[in-house]
Design a protein around this ligand. Sequence first.
Ligand SMILES: [Ca+2]
Ligand SMILES: [Ca+2]
Ligand SMILES: [Ca+2]
Length: 152
Amino acid sequence: MCRADRLSWPFPLIPMCLLAPSGVRMVSAAERFQRGDSNGDASFDLSDAVQTLGFLFLGTPETLSCLDAADSNDDGDVDITDPLHTLGYLFLGTPAPPSPFGACGEDPSTDDLTCESFEPCPGPPDPPVLETPVSPTRETAIELCAESRYKQ
Ligand SMILES: [Ca+2]
Ligand SMILES: [Ca+2]
Ligand SMILES: [Ca+2]
């Protein structure tokens, strides 16, 4: 009797996705970003601090498409400390923004910020297409057996 047969009501089968550990998840393209690149133009400069300040205090832009990118210091909030962190790195030599900085990547720290889109970071490359293994035919099996017999 297989395990699934034994797990009947009141223990209905639970989809495996619900049983997966919380650390295992699929990463969509929108979750990849470059930290500090608040305006999403694939460069890290003064305009990113200006973009975040405009968002916070002027309402222009009204929204940021990738809040994780604007979270320059990766403390889980987008606030005045983020453009200050950016300016500190650019002009005062303070530490660089945490990963992913300077390259596309995922947020290594969990927070409530979202990243709905970040154009400079396309999704992960498609997995390589594996060739279908060729099943040996009866003829090739006979040939292989014959070869091994002669080698002995
Ligand atoms: Ca930028
Ligand atoms: Ca922050
Ligand atoms: Ca984070």
